[in-house]
Design a protein around this ligand. Structure first.
Ligand code: NG1
Length: 403
C-alpha cells in the first residue's frame, strides 16, 4: 500500500472509531514543494511548484445538526505531534463549501504541518473537495482552487494562488508552471536523472502571529513597488497593485534601483494620490505608517520571475547544473528580501557540501523546509545530510460520493 492509500485508510478508520459509522466521502490532497518562483504568485508573476508524495486525507460524513465535528489522528494520539490551529482551516473550508454544519470530518496526514510544504492548503483543498462531493455539488477544478484560496484568505494571510493550484492540478512526474496574468498552466517533466530532496530546518514556519505579519508586510512592500514603478512609467498597477502588471521590460531593472529603500504605505499613497485601502486592505495587513523595504522587495520579485523562465528551460533541456545555480541565486535573493534565516542558510550550505547542485528555502520562508536538487546517483549521499527524496505526484483525488 502506498502513502496516499495509507493516509486515506487512516482517515477512514479514525472516522469510524470516533463517529461510530463509516464515512461517505474521502479526499486525499498532496503537499507541494515550490521549485522556484518564491513570493511571486501574489504579484501575479509565475511559479514552478510540484505536488509531492506526502498527503492529507479527509473523510467526511453526516455530523451533528448545525455543527462541524472535526478530529485528526495527530490529536487522537496522545504522543502525536501538536498541530496548532488546524480546526480553523476546517471551519473556513466548510464555510467555503457552502455548508453550515451537519458534517463530521476526520483527518489523517503524513505531510509535516507548518513545514512550508503547504499542509494548510492541502487540508483546505481536501476538506472542500470532500464536502462538496458529499453534498452532491460538482465543482470544476478551478472553482475548487478559487474557494480554497478564499478560505485561506479569510484567515488573514494575503497569499497567492500557487499552493491551491498545484494541489488541485499537479500531475505525477511533472512540475507545474503556473502563470496568473494571463492565467495559464503547463506541466514540465522532471528529468529522470534528477532528484528533488526536501530537508527540514526543524523550525516551524507557521501561518500565525509573527510569520503572518512578516508575510503580509512583504505582500504590501511589493504593492508599493508596483505603484511607484507604474507611476514612473505612466502605467496602472491595478487593484490590488501587482508588479506582474508592469513587469516585462528591460527598462525596469534600472528603475528598481531608484526606488526608495524604505517607505511607508501612507507616504506612497500621499505621493501618488492613491487609495490606501487598495494597498493595505481592510483590516490593514500592516500599519500604514510602518516603513517597508520596497526596493529589496521589487528587486527580488522581478529577478525571481526571470529565474522561473530560466529554470523551466533548464528542466526541459536537462541542465541540472544550470538549475542548481538558479536555486542558489534565488536563495541569495530571498536572503536580501528578508525571509530567510540563519538555520535555512546553514542547511543550504550543508546540502551543497553534501553533493546537491543547489538548494534554497521553499514556501514562504522564516523556517520550514529547504529544497535541494541533485543527480539521482548522489541522492543517498545528499539525503544522508538530512531529508527525503520527494516524488512529483498527482493532485487531489476524491473517492465515493454520498451513500
Ligand atoms: P506557504 O509556504 O504555504 O506558506 C506561502 C503562500 C504562497 C506563496 C508562498 C511564497 C499561502 C497559502 N501560501 O506559501 O501563495 O506566496 O508563501 O512563495 O498563502
Amino acid at each position: 500500500m502506498g502513502r496516499r492509500e495509507r493516509c486515506a485508510e487512516g482517515a477512514v478508520d479514525l472516522f469510524q472509531r470516533r463517529f461510530g459509522a463509516p464515512p461517505e466521502t474521502v479526499a486525499v490532497a498532496p503537499g507541494r514543494v515550490n521549485l522556484i518562483g518564491e513570493h511571486t504568485d501574489y504579484c501575479l508573476l509565475p511559479v514552478l511548484p510540484m505536488a509531492i508524495d506526502r498527503w492529507v486525507a479527509v473523510a467526511v460524513g453526516s455530523g451533528p445538526e448545525g455543527r462541524i465535528g472535526a478530529i485528526s489522528t495527530a490529536e487522537d494520539d496522545p504522543d502525536g505531534p501538536t498541530v496548532e490551529g488546524w480546526t480553523r482551516y476546517v471551519s473556513a473550508a466548510v464555510a467555503a463549501s457552502g455548508i453550515d454544519g451537519g458534517v463530521a470530518v476526520a483527518v489523517d496526514a503524513d505531510l509535516p504541518a507548518a513545514g512550508g510544504l503547504s499542509s494548510s492548503s492541502a487540508l483546505t483543498v481536501a476538506v472542500i473537495a470532500a464536502i462538496t462531493t458529499w453534498a452532491g455539488l460538482d465543482l470544476e477544478p478551478d472553482e475548487l482552487v478559487r474557494r480554497a484560496v478564499e478560505a485561506e484568505r479569510s484567515l488573514g494571510v494575503a497569499g497567492g494562488e500557487m499552493d491551491q493550484t498545484v494541489i488541485v492540478h499537479g500531475r505525477a512526474g511533472t512540475a507545474l508552471r503556473v502563470d496568473f496574468l494571463p492565467p495559464g498552466r503547463r506541466t514540465v517533466p522532471v528529468p529522470d536523472d534528477w532528484t528533488v530532496l526536501l530537508a527540514d530546518t526543524g523550525v516551524p514556519a507557521p501561518k500565525a502571529a509573527g510569520a503572518r505579519r512578516s508575510y503580509n508586510a512583504r505582500v504590501v512592500a511589493t504593492r508599493l513597488g508596483a505603484i511607484l514603478l507604474a507611476d514612473r512609467l505612466g502605467m496602472d498597477a491595478g487593484s490590488p497593485p501587482a508588479l506582474g502588471r508592469i513587469a516585462g521590460g528591460d527598462h525596469l531593472a534600472a528603475l528598481v534601483e531608484d526606488l526608495p529603500a524604505q517607505i511607508s504605505s501612507a507616504e506612497v499613497v500621499r505621493l501618488v494620490d492613491g487609495d490606501l485601502h487598495a494597498v493595505v486592505g481592510e483590516p490593514p495587513l500592516v500599519d500604514p505608517a510602518v516603513p517597508l523595504s520596497v526596493r529589496d522587495a521589487a528587486r527580488h520579485v522581478l529577478s525571481e520571475a526571470i529565474r522561473v523562465d530560466r529554470f523551466e528551460e533548464a528542466m526541459r533541456s536537462g541542465d541540472l547544473d544550470g538549475a542548481g545555480i538558479l536555486l542558489g541565486d534565488s536563495q541569495r535573493s530571498l536572503e536580501r528580501f528578508g525571509v530567510s534565516t540563519p538555520g535555512i542558510e546553514r542547511l543550504v550550505a550543508r546540502l551543497q557540501a553534501g553533493g546537491a547542485v543547489g538548494a534554497r528555502l521553499t514556501g514562504a520562508g522564516f523556517g520550514g523546509h529547504v529544497v535541494a536538487l541533485c543527480r539521482r546517483e548522489r541522492a543517498a549521499e545528499v539525503a544522508a545530510v538530512g531529508g527525503f527524496a520527494a516524488r512529483a505526484s498527482d493532485g487531489v483525488s476524491v473517492s465515493w460520493g454520498r451513500s
